[in-house]
Ligand binder design. Structure first.
Ligand SMILES: Nc1nc2c(c(=O)[nH]1)N[C@H]1C(S)=C(S)[C@@H](COP(=O)(O)O)O[C@H]1N2
Ligand SMILES: [Mo]
Length: 215
């Protein structure tokens, strides 16, 4: 137990020295589970994934079809607004940037924002430009295994920092919707679940944009 605590502190010092620990965060070696409501149990046979709104052609993919999309792996540091950060997390899945680069999804010119729609009505919003960064992934796997149910199986969004901090934009982890079912392309922004409940709309962990005080 003691050695585990020392291990954590040493790890934290290392990432702080590497400038990878955002202000007000501390390192966790666990993987906390955080969400509002219960954990949905998805039937993959009935699951589908929709891309709708301001795209040239709307899509509805079955689980089988989704798994034929080009796949990517990315290692990210993730930052929860409740002040834990987890480092060097390995994710695998589908990059929205790849889908757009390959013309599989073609946003209309007016599209400026994306709302993630999840099971049970959870939503979260990001600018299109932010969603098209390589530090954002539609993830099916964590650490080489299908996502644990409570972490969003079968599909979730992850957003985080690259270990070398080369990302252009970033967001706290609540901007990664678990149990993702659709992406909506929009001309105007639309605050999601937490964003309507006091969390910051932009949510950059490096600027410590945790809460909004306009209410
Ligand atoms: N569908 C859904 N996704 C969600 C949430 C939620 O309540 N519902 N909570 C968010 C919050 S606040 C956080 S911090 C992360 C936590 O992800 P984790 O449980 O995998 O650590 O999921 C985000 N995605
Ligand atoms: Mo959170």
């Amino acid at each position: 137990m003691l050695s585990k605590i020392l291990g954590r502190r040493e790890e934290e010092k290392k990432v702080r020295d590497q400038n990878r620990l955002p202000p007000g965060q501390s390192l966790t070696q666990k993987f906390p589970v955080l969400h509002y409501g219960s954990t949905p149990k998805t039937d993959l046979g009935r699951w589908d994934f929709r891309v709708f709104g301001l795209v040239e052609e709307e899509k509805i993919w079955s689980w089988e079809e989704f798994n034929q999309l080009p796949r990517t792996q990315v290692t990210l540091d993730i930052h929860c607004v409740t002040r834990w950060s987890k480092f060097d997390t390995l994710w695998e899945g589908v990059s929205l940037k790849n889908l757009v680069d390959e013309g599989i999804i073609v946003p209309k010119p007016e599209a400026g924002y994306i709302v993630q729609h999840c099971e049970q009505g959870y939503t979260t919003n990001l600018p299109l430009e932010a969603m098209l960064q390589e530090n954002v992934l539609l993830a099916t796997h964590y650490d080489g295994q299908p996502l644990p149910l409570e972490h969003g199986w079968p599909l979730r969004v992850v957003v985080g920092s690259f270990p070398d901090r080369s990302e252009e934009s970033n967001a706290y982890f609540w901007k990664g919707g678990k149990w993702l079912r659709a992406l909506e392309f929009r001309a105007t922004d639309q605050p999601g679940f937490w964003e309507r409940n006091g969390y910051h709309n932009e949510a950059d962990p490096w600027q410590e944009q945790r809460y909004s005080y306009g209410w």
